[in-house]
Design a protein around this ligand. Structure first.
Ligand code: NAP
Ligand code: HSE
Length: 444
């Protein structure tokens, strides 16, 4: 990059930063450290003029001059010299209100906030269109992995049929530590928090809420329909135990928290399936090797076939890479005097299939009395609901323990049948504990 290209007298593009935490600190550092290269790229310096925080006394990862840091949002939102607002606060309130105000005041917005974009995205993009400004949100999904631009532009000629994604770095970090190093859940979560991967409330990560926000954003773009988080079936990782990882390995699978989107063509029109839950995936599927904080999104399009996007899904540097790319894109638009270059619209709402219509294979782990006829009773219940057993594992246990752990893997069955069968199994006197049911996901 030629750093001598920038005209010296060029007017800066002033940025207001809402938040100076993990991501905000990373963005402030990046814009300052790469200032010369960015000026050369854009032809004008990008200057962070003001930064909003909650607590002025808090120690920061980056020094910001006292005059530039504030607890007053008006200092940014009402400053006419600020053309770009970067929202990296998190949460819906007040972040969504600040974004609205920024747009109404004619400012472009870059946000890393998946919660806002998944729940208020349509409204904000519409508002931006009305006010002739841009809202960019590349960092909201997959940290540093280019995904939003990919769905908005690079794959736009495709009909996307399937998305299989690992899009939460915290849970992938925890699952990797549990599977590979036999680390317990709580210390693995504490490590992910210390590394800056976790949300301020890690329940959002652990319960699959963060992944559901991200899937709502990706599925809306991929299937060109408005998918809201409440349309997404969701289960978190808190029911997984060390024994599930051991059995999965024995059966040739790996356990991942997957975000899945599928399109089905029906006579009545296209329907979609959107779900987030732990899944057993074959150990030779590409996503099985995605470990630690890494995220990956596997997409199947009618023209492109299978494509895989892989990289660091959280952390200050990867996320600020995506935020900075959006700021640079906005700066190019400002220079060119354009906004809303890529029109935002959804063709309509596709029907979202309820989870009970799902057909897949299942892994069921349970504890049952170690007595004659117990296996037959259990097999009978599955048979009653048209669920065919593909394999069963029972390890030899000490008879004095009185209970045996069984792992049953089924052939494809309907979710509605599986749920009824599980309820019936739980009511059998011989079943001591229905420990876990995990769906098995294969990619066609
Ligand atoms: P964070 O470390 O908790 O930082 C949040 C920042 O926003 C803090 O500086 C905080 O101020 C400020 N803030 C929060 N509420 C505020 C309010 N009401 N008024 C003024 N300032 C407020 O969060 P983060 O990890 O950087 O995440 C920021 C956003 O990026 C979230 O939307 C998150 O989902 C998204 N994201 C994060 C990552 C990641 O790896 N961490 C990756 C991708 C996307 P104080 O410092 O004074 O408390
Ligand atoms: N908490 C999120 C994660 C941050 O762990 O993936 C990135 O969005």
């Amino acid at each position: 990059m030629n750093v001598n290209r920038a005209p010296r007298e060029a007017q800066p593009i002033y940025v207001g930063l809402l938040g100076l935490g993990v991501v905000g600190g990373g963005v402030a550092h990046l814009l300052s450290q790469k200032s010369a290269a960015l000026t050369a790229e854009i032809g004008r310096p990008i200057v962070v003029k003001s930064v909003l925080v909650r607590d002025l006394a808090r120690r920061r990862s980056i020094d910001v001059p006292a005059g530039q840091i504030t607890t007053d949002p008006d200092a940014i939102l009402d400053d006419p010299s600020i053309e770009v607002v970067v929202e990296v606060m998190g949460g819906i309130t007040p972040a969504a209100d600040y974004i609205r105000r920024a747009i109404r005041n004619g400012k472009h917005v870059v946000t890393a906030n998946k919660e806002v974009m998944a729940t208020r995205g349509v409204e904000l993009l519409q508002l931006a269109k009305e006010h002739g400004v841009d809202v960019y949100y590349e960092a909201s999904v997959g940290g540093g992995i280019p995904l939003i631009g990919v769905f908005r532009q690079d794959l736009v000629a495709n009909e996307v049929d399937q998305i299989h994604a690992i899009i939460n770095g915290t849970t992938n970090y925890i699952l990797t530590r549990m599977a590979q190093d036999a680390v317990d859940f709580a210390p693995a979560l504490a490590e992910a928090q210390a590394l800056g991967y976790a949300e301020s409330d890690p329940t959002n990560d652990v319960e699959g809420i963060d992944a559901a926000y991200k899937l709502a954003i990706l599925a809306s773009l991929a299937f060109r329909t408005q998918v809201s988080p409440e349309h997404i079936y969701r289960e978190g990782i808190s029911k997984l135990r060390a024994s599930d990882f051991r059995y999965a390995r024995e059966l040739g699978y790996v356990i991942k928290l997957l975000a899945i989107g599928r399109r089905y063509a029906t006579e009545g029109g296209d329907e979609i399936e959107v779900r987030v839950h732990p899944a057993l995936i074959p150990a030779d599927f590409l996503l099985a090797d995605v470990n630690g904080v890494f995220n990956a999104v596997h997409v199947q399009g009618d023209l492109v076939g299978n494509v895989l996007f892989y990289g660091r899904g959280a952390g200050a540097q990867p996320t600020s890479s995506a935020v900075a790319a959006d700021v640079i894109d906005v700066a190019h638009n400002i220079n060119a005097g354009v906004a809303n270059r890529i029109p935002f619209h959804y063709a309509g709402r596709l029907l979202v299939r309820p989870i009970h219509q799902l057909e897949t294979r299942y892994y069921v782990r349970l504890w049952a009395a170690d007595q004659p006829g117990v296996l037959a009773q259990i097999a009978h219940v599955f048979g009653d609901y048209r669920i065919s057993i593909a394999s069963c594992i029972q390890k030899e246990t000490d008879l004095s323990a009185g209970a045996a752990e069984l792992v049953i893997v089924t052939h494809p069955a309907r979710e509605a049948d599986m749920q009824t069968a599980l309820r019936e199994l739980a009511s059998l006197g011989c079943v001591r504990e229905l420990a876990n049911m995990i769906r098995i996901e294969t990619v066609s």
